[in-house]
Structure formats: C-alpha cells, structure tokens
Design a protein around this ligand. Sequence first.
Ligand SMILES: *Cc1c(COP(=O)(O)O)cnc(C)c1O
Length: 377
Amino acid sequence: MDNYIAVNTPLLNGNEKKYLNECIDTGWISSEGPFVKALEEQFAQKMGRSYGIAVCNGTVALELALKAIDIQPGDEIIMPTFTIISCALAAVRLGAKPVLVDSDPITWNMAVDQIEAKITSRTKAIMVVHTYGLPVDMNPVLALAQKYQLKIVEDAAEMHGQTYYGKPCGSFGEISTFSFYPNKLVTTGEGGMVVTDDPAIRDKCQLLRNLAFEPKQRYLHEELGWNFRMSNLQAAVGVAQLERMAEFIERKHAMGQRYDECLKEIEGIQRPLAATDYAKNIYWVYGIVLDDDLMNGKALMQALHAQGIGSRAFFYPMHQQPVLLKMGLFANESYPVAERLARQGIYIPSGLALTQDEITSVSDKLKKILAKASVTC
Ligand SMILES: *Cc1c(COP(=O)(O)O)cnc(C)c1O
C-alpha cells in the first residue's frame, strides 16, 4: 500500500550517511573502527555512566550483563512478566530462574510493591524494565536491593534519554543495557550497549563479548565467551543518531501530546499516563488499552491494517510463553494485569519520522473504528 502508515519509521537524515561513507572510505568496517569507541564514550557519558560496551543487539546486552555480574545456575532474578522475552532468555540461558511480578495497570511498568514477596535466599538480582515511555519507580527498588543485598540490572532499551527524578535511566544499579533496534530512540540498525561504572564489570563485558580472548595472549581462552561485537558501520550510524537524541525525545514528546489531544474524547480506551512525580512520558511508543467490552487488541489491529495503518500488539507475558512453560517454569502462575494488557493493548504508529498529518489520520480512523465497535456491542 502506497500510503500505508508504518508502526515505525526511523529518522536517518542527520550525519548517518556521512559517517558511513567515512567507514567505507577508510576501510574501517569491523568492530576495531573508531566509531565504536566514540559511541561507547559518548553514549556512556549521556547516560551518566563511566563505561559503555557496545554489542550487536539489546538481547545479548542483557545476557552479557547477567554474566558480567556473575549470575550462576540456580540464581533467581526478579523481573516483570510484561516484557520482551530477551529478559527471560538472558536468565534462562545462564541456568538462572526468572521470577515474575505483575504490572501496574496505570503505568504498565512492573508492580514494584510485589517484588519483596518474591525474594528468596536464591534471589540475586532485580531486572527492571522501563516500559513504553515511563520509567519504573526506582526508589522502592533501590531500597529493596539495599535491604536484601541484591543487584540491579536495568533494561533501559526503551528509555534512551529518559530520566527518573532527573537522573538518567540507565544509570541505576550495577549495570544497565540498551538496544539500538530501529524502533528505539537511537538506532544503529541492530545493536546494543551495556553501561556500568564498575571497571571490573567493564573488563568482564569486553572480554566476554570478544570470544574471551585473553588480553595477554590471543587465541588463548580461560572462559567461554561470545562474539557479541558491534561493527564500525553500526556505530557510525549510532554516533550520528546520538547527536540528535535530545531532538528525538522532543519529537516523541510532541507526538504523544498530539495523539493525546486527538484521542482524548474517545471513550473506552486508556491512553498512556502523561507524567508521574518522577518523569514525563517520552512515548517511546504510543500505546492504548481498550475496554474489555469494546473490542480486543487483535481485532483493532486488523481493522487498522485494513485502513492502511500499522500497529503492534503489547508484550505477551512471560508466564504464558509456551517455550518457558515447557521448561517447567511458571506452572499455574497468573498475572491478571499483564494478561489484560496483552489482550487489550496495542500501540499505534509512533516512529520518529511520523508527521502531524499522519497522527491526525491515524486518530481519525481509530475514532471511526471504535465508534462502530461501541455501537455494535
Ligand atoms: C527492544 C528491546 C530489547 C531487545 O533488543 P534487541 O536489540 O531487539 O535485541 C530488550 N528489552 C526491551 C525492553 C526492548 O524493548
């Protein structure tokens, strides 16, 4: 479809081409090239961290992070059920056990008041996942981490440039991770970053992402590593994107406000919370949750698609993932808020290249579809 409004279109009209050409002209295309270090330094600095370790995506960033803080088989890691599978995978691949909490129905973030009841003698870490545009309420999590001597791993894949009471997301706890997938606030096509203030954790991440080559003797290995390296080509795009991060956040914020304005009169939908005490929503994506008696998320996605509009379902909870259930995890567990969000929630076009006219058009079509739905039921 010619006029199809995609759920995400990135903005790549800054210095991306120029820096990519530099890679080609100089022949530096591997992870050894200078843009990788530049991105690591500049990104870490913007996130309020001492060190950045670039990797090939946000999923492996999480696995590397857990390994780097020495998560062992049998350890338990508390995380939201309402998240991407990358979080659970990182734990499971290391033989650790994801332990779940439900979401807050208003912010859609992990219900921090459910964490303490899930802490056991095997709990080693809390993985917080800032979701869709608002950060997790960190103060209660930090207090629990201190009380029970737990580590914090922060999945800030959706939160570049967001802050919690003015402190950057990605600067909390031992280690934090980011993704640079094209729908994220800063993209490298595929890519990710681990950030930390601890030089020992940095060294460990650098070693493990590069096949654990011993620094003193190449091709000698004391540990099982991975090739999680980022290429200079990816980093070149990342450096150009990072130059515009503040502008990107501004754009997302304006997008959210415009959607709010256009959609506020629609009955039967829950819109994203605009702000909390600790943060303004940066609308990484603009999600809506439909009242149960209106229609379900899947039906709305189909109706939008028929009108030339892309959308995407909310996360499908971890405790309902067949692959994890088959491993014997989460038997008979239920988390009603996450289940409802998965069933009734979708997000509408939210990319950085979205125009005001497109927002108006999406909103008009959404209104018509939902008006019809409320008449028929
Ligand atoms: C996108 C995302 C990831 C995974 O990142 P990839 O780069 O796609 O592997 C992990 N966690 C969250 C919360 C994400 O949104």
